[in-house]
Design a protein. Structure first.
Lengths: 113, 111
């Protein structure tokens, strides 16, 4: 099993550009989520999904879109990048009834200039 | 909505010192509480969890945490730290089907 994979590992964007961060898992987990990690603020939940076709907002959803067309994939789209979105982004997955057992991906370090 | 507050941003200790990290939560329902650890350059991993029963829970690597319902707290402890405990520690609460994390505490253990 590859676990949770994320691409790219690093990305630099200019303000106003859009892009998609990819996340995939091969453990057949229903629950998937996206977090951003910023110094002094810990992990903040952006969006999450409890299964294919179902998504919901977390604590900081503004400026981000998600979709869940398959169990395996949960891409995060930045619609119009802003410097405030400079962060490290983590994708995670878990069985739906054990969301604490989240398997985290390696992260994507995003810089918006 | 649930929230988690961690009191210490950065803690610096010497080896063999005792560690206690504070965590307070707010959530109106039945709480499930967790501590995660992120070692330098690594992913988050689960340190310990509390669902119900004995309020003193033991986790990996000699860590333990105590759930005090009256204080809405779930503090993490380790009697004697090692240099390898240098990491960032996150408290988390599960509610409304999702996990919410605190801001984290960076622990630096000096040899």
């Amino acid at each position: 099993n590859a676990g949770v994979t994320q691409t790219p590992k690093f990305q630099v964007l200019k303000t106003g550009q859009s892009m998609t961060l990819q996340c995939a898992q091969d453990m057949n987990h229903e629950y998937m989520s996206w977090y951003r990690q910023d110094p002094g603020m810990g992990l903040r939940l952006i969006h999450y999904s409890v299964g294919a076709g179902i998504t919901d907002q977390g604590e900081v959803p503004n400026g981000y879109n998600v979709s869940r067309s398959t169990t395996e994939d949960f891409p995060l789209r930045l619609l119009s990048a802003a410097p405030s979105q400079t962060s490290v982004y983590f994708c995670a997955s878990s069985p739906r009834d054990r969301v604490w057992e989240q398997y985290f991906g390696p992260g994507t370090r995003l810089t918006v200039t | 909505a649930q929230s988690v507050s961690q009191h210490n941003h950065h803690v610096i200790l010497s080896e063999a010192a005792s560690l206690e990290l504070g965590c307070n939560y707010s959530y109106g329902g039945t709480v499930n509480l967790f501590w995660y650890v992120q070692y330098p350059g690594q992913h988050l991993q689960l340190l310990l969890k509390y669902f119900s029963g004995d309020p003193l829970v033991k986790g990996i690597k000699g860590f333990e945490a105590e759930f005090i319902k009256s204080k809405f707290s779930f503090n993490l402890r380790k009697p004697s730290v090692q240099w390898s405990d240098t990491a960032e520690y996150f408290c988390a609460v599960k509610g409304f089907g999702k996990l919410s994390f605190g801001a984290g505490t960076t622990v630096t253990v000096r040899a």
